[in-house]
Design a protein around this ligand. Structure first.
Ligand code: KIV
Ligand code: ZN
Length: 520
């Protein structure tokens, strides 16, 4: 297979992905994600929008310094100030990309930019030329591309290439296109833009109609050689094309799509987990990385699988790094075996402190629970990894529930080093627990989501609880696991609250928020 069949994978989990409500990531989380993305074989990592906030600037700068293989990239509008911020954040990297964009659809030009098509052409010329003087790796995007007049789009693309853009990205910003139409757009650009051979065509699809992956693959079949996507498909509104789905589609149906990517697919499951830990849980039936993606429930399917895996399996779980759940850990397992198990589960570079805390939690769990599965261990390690920066921690909880009496919770919290206690009643035990937290640490946030999942099977399974809260337009998500659903609920709420406190301390109102409000 020749290099003309290589499809470059451009990941925007930390930029477009972070624009999902509830998906904001801390610097530490972004660094952890960047390291695994680098190992995964992603070609270009869009690490943020440097002008948007000090946090984004800091993340792009930090990530630019640690990548060994992937090319770091930052986003900028068509303005010198934005491009300078990008350059400043990226310049420590030996190679970097500046990605600049402007809207080209009649709707956006008139109502969002208040510019004529001629003025937009001038802005393209000025911004791409300016960026090109700072790096030879410039990407240009026509925002709302799929609702742009095709003849005008050809003009903009020709101009951007003339000014030095090496990658031309066609976004389906509002997830409006369908595969047939997108194929036509990409083919027209290929056929009509005279200098198109001097650039790589890229596609960037949103999932509002659930077509992001299908549209991206249609774009590739029509000649695009870069796909912009995110792990777990997170992103603005209904999300972006999911990286794992694009890569596994190309790999599984290579007979129809004879392309190659540089992705080490065995690391996809680990990457998905790291991203979902920092953002929100993946739905059970999510393609490729969902908990049920390789589960066979129906007897007829199980029978077929036992006779020949190909009957109901189009790709193996091993090919995306899913290991068979095993039962080998129990209360007699020692620290060494535990460490080995963590290695097997993909937790290679965690600190001794976290191993120690997780091992302590594992021993307690093994005493309570007959079978400790891999997923149980993963859940408690994930829990330990986020705890060390928290200023409010649960010390004890007692809940009185059942029929008759109103449900009551007694709680002791460590709040900034001070031990505080209260007892509150509520409309159900969870309500009583959340009330205790509000009394011990008065705050005013809106609960947007409360979700419980069983980590493994059985009535003694650990429950993972996810909580999303909102304060002044900022959202955070907390997750926690425990065999006691109510303890997990308290810890998940506290986790979201601690993240909110960290966020509050870190960020003043930023241009980022303004940009988000503007829908960028
Ligand atoms: O969806 C979109 O148009 C974008 C651009 C900034 C590339 O994310
Ligand atoms: Zn986008």
């Amino acid at each position: 297979m020749s290099d003309k069949n290589k499809v470059f994978i451009f990941d925007t989990t930390m930029r477009d992905g972070e624009q999902s409500p509830g998906a904001s990531m801390s610097l530490e989380e972004k660094i952890q994600i960047a390291k695994i993305f680098d190992e995964l074989g992603i070609d270009i990592i869009e690490a943020g929008f440097p002008i948007a906030s000090p946090g984004d600037f800091e993340a792009v700068t930090a990530i630019s310094k640690i990548l060994k293989n992937s090319i770091p990239c930052g986003l900028s509008r068509a303005s010198k100030k934005d491009i300078d911020a990008c350059h400043e954040a990226l310049k420590a990297a030996p190679r970097f990309r500046i990605h600049t964009f402007i809207s080209t659809s009649p709707l956006h030009m008139k109502h969002k930019l208040n510019k004529t098509p001629e003025q937009v052409l001038d802005a393209i010329k000025e911004s791409v030329t300016y960026a090109r003087n700072l790096t030879d790796d410039v990407e240009w995007s026509c925002e709302d591309g799929t609702r742009t007049d095709i003849d005008y789009m050809c003009k903009t693309v020709e101009l951007a290439i003339k000014c030095g853009a090496k990658t031309i990205n066609i976004p389906d910003t509002v997830g409006y296109t369908v595969p047939l139409e997108f194929t036509k757009i990409i083919s027209t650009l290929k056929n009509k833009v005279p200098n198109i051979d001097k650039a790589i065509l890229s596609v960037h699809c949103h999932n509002d109609l659930g077509l992001a992956v299908a549209n991206s693959l249609a774009g590739v079949s029509a000649g695009a050689r870069q796909v912009e996507c995110t792990i777990n498909g997170i992103g603005e509104r209904a999300g972006n094309a999911a990286l794992e789905e694009i890569v596994m589609s190309i790999k599984t149906r290579n007979d129809l799509m004879p392309y190659k990517t540089g992705i080490k697919t065995e690391l996809l499951s680990k990457a998905s987990k790291v991203v979902s830990n920092a953002t929100f849980p993946v739905q059970f039936n999510k393609a490729v990385v969902g908990k049920n993606a390789f589960a066979h429930e129906a007897g007829i399917h199980q029978d077929g699988m036992l006779k020949n895996r190909n009957t109901y399996e189009i790709m193996t779980p091993e090919s995306v790094g899913v290991k068979k759940t095993s039962l080998v850990m129990g209360k007699h397992s020692g620290r060494h075996a535990f460490k080995e198990k963590l290695n097997d589960l993909g937790y290679a570079d965690i600190t001794d402190d976290i191993i120690q805390t997780s091992f302590g939690k594992f021993k307690i769990l093994a005493d309570k629970k007959k079978h400790v599965y891999d997923d149980d261990i993963a859940a408690l390690v994930d829990d330990s990894m986020v705890h060390d920066k928290y200023v409010i921690n649960l010390k004890s909880l007692k809940v009185y529930a059942g029929t008759g009496e109103p449900q009551r919770a007694e709680m002791t919290l460590d709040v900034y080093g001070e031990v505080k206690q209260t007892s509150e009643t509520g409309d159900g035990p969870v309500d009583a627990i959340f009330k205790c937290i509000k009394v011990l640490y008065p705050h005013d946030v809106k609960l947007q989501l409360y979700q419980v999942h069983a980590v493994t099977e059985g009535t003694d399974a650990q429950a993972t609880v996810s909580v999303r809260i909102e304060e002044n337009g900022k959202t955070t998500v907390g997750q926690a696991a425990d065999t006691d659903t109510l303890v997990a609920s308290a810890n998940a709420y506290l986790s979201a609250l601690n993240k909110m406190i960290i966020k509050r301390d870190k960020t003043a109102p930023t241009e980022h928020e303004t940009l988000k409000v503007k829908g960028i």
